[in-house]
Structure formats: C-alpha cells, structure tokens
Design a protein around this ligand. Structure first.
Ligand code: 3PY
Length: 328
C-alpha cells in the first residue's frame, strides 16, 4: 500500500506473474495508492470506499457483480491492452463506471508478432533451431524445406488496427492480401496496402496460403475457425492466431495438424494459457507457440501504463477519458 492521500487503485498484485509489470509499480505509485486484491479482500470495509479505479493487467483482477458492488467510489476500469473479452461492459456500465483500454500501444508490437509467427512457421525457425542445436546436426537433410512467403496470399481475419498493420508489413513481402472485417475498410485504405475484401470467410480460407486471426473475441467470433473452416484451407496453408485462443476450435486444430488437413499453425494465444504440459498441441512438430506476448515489448508496456494513468486521472477529474470504451 502506498500514499494514503492519493486516489486508491485496485490491482491484482504487485509484480510477479499475477501482478502489474514490476517496472511500473514505482511509476504508478507516484499517482496512486495501489491496493492489491489481497489487501482489499482482507479488509473490504477499509479499502472498498477508497478504490476509485481498477487497473487490469493480463485480465486480472476479474471484475464481476460482487466486486463492482463492493466499490462504491469506483469511477473507471483501466484495462491494459486492446482485448475486452474479460470484461462485461454492460454490467460495468450499469454501475455507472467507465472503461478505458490501450489500443494504440499494442497494435505495432502485436502486428510485429503476427509477422514473426508467420515467418517462423513458414520457414520452420523453431524446428530449425532444434535441429541446428541437436547433437546429430550432421543428419540434416536437403529435403528440409519451408514455405515461400514472398508473393504468397495472406488472408487477414479482423482488419482493425492490428490486422491493418500486419497488412502494411506483409506488403513489404509482396504478399497478396485478402481480408474479412465487420466493416469493409475505405477504398483508399485498401489501396494503400493492396488489400482485397472477401465477400465470404469461405472464399478467404480457400484462397489463402496464410490465414491470420487478428479479430476480437466475442460470442460471434468464438470458434470462428472449426473443423469445417480448417477443411476449406489449402493443405499447404498455415494458420496464425494473434487474437484470442477461443477464436479457434483447438481440438479440431489438433486433428487438422495431425492429419495434414493444413500444413502448420503458429499461435500466440491458446486456451487455457498456459497449456497443460500434456496438451496434444505441445507434441506436434508443425506448430509454433509463444506465450501470449503480442504486446510484450518494453516500449508497448510502458505506453500502456502511461495511457492508463492518463485515462484514470482524466476520469477522476471529470475530463474526457482518453481511449474510453463506449458501449455499442
Ligand atoms: O492487447 C491485447 O488484448 C493483447 O492480448 C495483446 O497481446
């Protein structure tokens, strides 16, 4: 707990895997009296009325009816990152509480991660590393080959700011870009990256060499890619997911990877996270996994923190809130 005179901000914990970024604790304490979930739970009567903001990091702490009901002074939920699937926006609004997130901070690094995974899967970088560092490197075969990225077709599902930034990067690889989005992008935006809007998801899946998911998780997008969708993809195609694990039916994906329905997959997100040690995805060769690190750069994480500080301070002063999430 910090300075008692500063506004109270509830956080899951300080540092460690379940707390806010260790590097940012000191910066946040300059503005706020950070109250950990444990402190709050141990003394709700003392801390509840002091908490004016909840700072969400990695989806924690969970914001439910019970928590909202026990924070009478709460003004804002400040959620690091762009994804909002861990928040019930209607419930929060019903308590008169605002929500802010940090879309600008995450779009470049997450798009970089999308390209990193695409290239890694296409050129079998992880497998190559294992091979190069194994004792029997001499057995390396001239048949060890990957997929060419230059000139290939990339289908982007979700052309928000992350998807669009992937398209900008893919253009430098002369990739042909197809996309699906809730709303079609303006013609000049399409032309700037050479992207073609697909009238149907099936068409995008059938035509793409790489399919990249950069769409938010909602009830409509849950398990968007299942057995049927995987079977529409080319047997040489690679699926990349930088959105949320639940966009893909993981059991169907395991089967598709085991039976050669598609060539490979590269996932920054899974369900659950992390995967249990005995999960079948971990025993496949044609998969590249990273532990949900799309926004894990020093620059992005610092910007996320700074953006949330601004949003909290604005909400407490009754000013317009930068990056406020409005209920649609
Ligand atoms: O911003 C988010 O929601 C992320 O998951 C970034 O990786």
């Amino acid at each position: 707990m910090g300075d008692q005179d500063l506004p109270g901000v509830l956080v899951a914990g300080l540092g460690g895997s379940y707390g806010i970024c260790e590097d940012h604790v000191g910066d946040l304490q300059k503005h706020f009296n950070l109250i950990t979930m444990q402190e709050f739970l141990e003394n709700k009567m003392q801390f509840g009325p002091k908490i004016q903001a909840v700072y969400i990091w990695g989806g924690k702490p969970a914001v439910d009816q019970e928590l909202l009901g026990s924070l009478p002074s709460l003004k804002i939920i400040a959620s690091a990152g762009v994804g909002l699937d861990h928040l019930d926006l209607k419930l929060i609004a019903s308590f008169g509480v605002k929500v802010a997130n940090t879309p600008q901070a995450v779009s470049n690094p997450t798009a970089d991660m999308g390209m990193a995974l695409l290239l890694a899967a296409a050129r079998r970088v992880v497998e190559g590393h294992m091979l190069a560092s194994a004792p029997d490197t001499e057995k390396f075969s001239t048949n060890w080959m990957g997929q060419e990225v230059t000139g290939a077709t990339l289908g982007i599902i979700g052309m928000g700011s992350i998807g669009y930034k992937v398209a900008q990067r893919a253009r430098a690889f002369d990739m042909k870009i197809l996309y699906r989005n809730r709303r079609r992008r303006k013609l000049e935006e399409e032309e700037a990256v050479g992207a073609t809007y697909c009238e149907s998801l099936d068409e995008l899946l059938q035509r793409s060499d790489f399919v990249l998911l950069a769409v938010g998780l909602t009830p409509q997008t849950q398990r968007l890619i299942g057995k049927r969708e995987l079977s529409l993809m080319k047997p040489t195609a690679i699926l990349i997911n930088i959105g949320r694990g639940l966009l893909v039916d993981q059991e169907a994906l395991v089967e598709a990877l085991q039976t050669g329905v598609i060539k490979g997959a590269a996932l920054d997100v899974t369900y659950p996270e992390p995967l249990p040690r005995d999960h079948p995805l971990l025993n496949l060769k044609n998969i590249t996994l990273t532990p949900h690190v799309g926004s894990a750069t020093h620059q992005a994480r610092r910007l996320m923190m700074e953006n949330l500080v601004e949003s909290i301070l604005a909400s407490l002063s009754g000013l317009p809130i930068p990056n406020e999430v409005l209920l649609k």
